[in-house]
Design a protein around this ligand. Structure first.
Ligand code: SF4
Length: 384
């Protein structure tokens, strides 16, 4: 096994200074939750709204900044404070989250809001934790998110290690192991480098460097303040770092889906149980194709097993491929006509007949958006 590279800690002051000078000129200084409400930047040591930062950090856990920005704006408009989020209907929270994916994050934010308010209690104490342990007590908050919130909101000296930072630091030391197997060393490096006087600015600068210069495929080393100290650059092929484990093939599964219509023109949807990645979301009924089973038989069987209805499986509406982090799914969707049986939620929370135009009022997983669009186009050709 390759040995862990040693890194001279006495370089830290110089690297801090180089990074912060670069950031002053080239950093991303317009991220709204990193500013005061009037748009002015915080002075060192000044506090920012932890609620706005917490919501943004959770959105950013699996989603790019540019995608998060409009969601965060809408979220803050609808749920501008802890109390508003804690009091909201879960349906409304999920609906606003629709399209961001990983819906458990939305539910955890709401649970966290209720927990923080309960803990503050009748004394109406400040609900915001100022320690790592306080943030880690919230579901879905790991050490890096907690460190980012504490440094961003309160300018406290906690290191971070998100995806961008892992890449930058792994390159800086030309780590011979994938970051997932070098975590202790990378955390130590992030902590050693952190500027104790300006932790908020330093962490933000590190994230900005990873997002804009030390990018995954083509790092712009010529524009990098750390070029002179970077081991990956010195090795001549920085994009080779972070090194990766051999890729593994994701499991692939075909899902037969039925868009079942009744004589009134309504379609049948069901709400998933409150567990797993997509818990609580609505979807069109369906399930996994068995080996050797025609897809029409899959759909008819799933409708019988999960909803206790008989339906005629008609023509194909659309095929949608969707990759999750751990599996790839192909949804083969057919239009169906309801024949008999009162729909029962045998494998879901509830089932409902709704008019196609109402589908937008329900939170669906991302893969279903194309099914809905195809259905509406089929029913009303040429309309958006
Ligand atoms: S020199 Fe290149 S590889 Fe090294 S940290 Fe800078 S951008 Fe990344």
């Amino acid at each position: 096994m390759p040995s862990r590279p040693t890194w001279p800690a006495e370089l830290a002051p110089e690297l801090r200074q180089q990074l912060l000078s670069w950031w002053q000129e080239h950093g991303r200084h317009t991220i709204p939750w990193k500013l005061h409400p009037d748009g002015s930047p915080p002075a060192d040591g000044e506090e920012l709204d932890p609620y706005a930062i917490w919501c943004a950090e959770v959105m950013l856990q699996q989603t790019q900044l540019q995608v998060v920005l409009p969601y965060w704006q809408r979220w803050m408009g609808r749920f501008p404070c802890l109390e508003a989020l804690a009091a909201a209907e879960e349906h409304d929270v999920l609906l606003l989250w629709q399209g961001l994916g990983y819906y458990a994050r939305a539910r955890r934010l709401q649970q966290g809001a209720r927990l923080l308010l309960d803990a503050a209690g009748a004394a109406a104490a400040d609900p915001w934790p100022r320690t790592l342990e306080g943030w880690l007590a919230l579901s879905g908050i790991g050490r890096s998110t907690a460190g980012s919130i504490l440094s961003s909101a309160f300018d406290r000296p906690y290191p971070i290690l998100d995806g961008n930072v892992k890449r930058v630091l792994a390159r800086l030391i030309a780590s011979p192991r994938p970051p997932a197997r070098e975590l202790a060393g990378l955390w130590q490096l992030s902590e050693t480098l952190l500027d104790p006087q300006r932790p908020r600015a330093f962490n933000q600068a590190l994230m900005d460097l990873g997002a804009t210069v030390c990018t995954p495929r083509s790092p712009r080393c010529g524009a990098c303040p750390w070029q002179g100290h970077c081991a990956a650059y010195a090795a001549g092929d920085p994009a080779r770092f972070p090194v990766k484990d051999a890729p593994r093939d994701l499991p692939f599964q075909v899902i037969g889906v039925g868009v079942v219509r009744n004589a009134a023109g309504e379609v049948l949807i069901d709400q998933r149980l409150n567990e797993g990645l997509l818990g609580g979301l609505w979807e069109f009924p369906g399930g996994k194709q068995e080996p050797g089973e025609p897809i029409e038989a899959t759909i008819a069987r799933e409708l019988r097993e999960e909803l206790a209805i008989e339906a005629e499986v008609g023509e194909e509406l659309i095929v949608v491929d969707h990759a999750y982090s751990h599996k790839k799914l192909r949804f083969v969707v057919h239009l169906c006509t309801w024949l008999a049986g009162e729909p029962q939620p045998l494998a879901s929370q509830q089932v409902r007949w709704v008019r196609p135009e109402q589908l937008g009022e329900f939170p669906f997983p991302a893969a279903n958006a194309r099914i809905i669009a195809a259905l509406l186009e089929r029913l009303h050709p040429g309309m958006d």
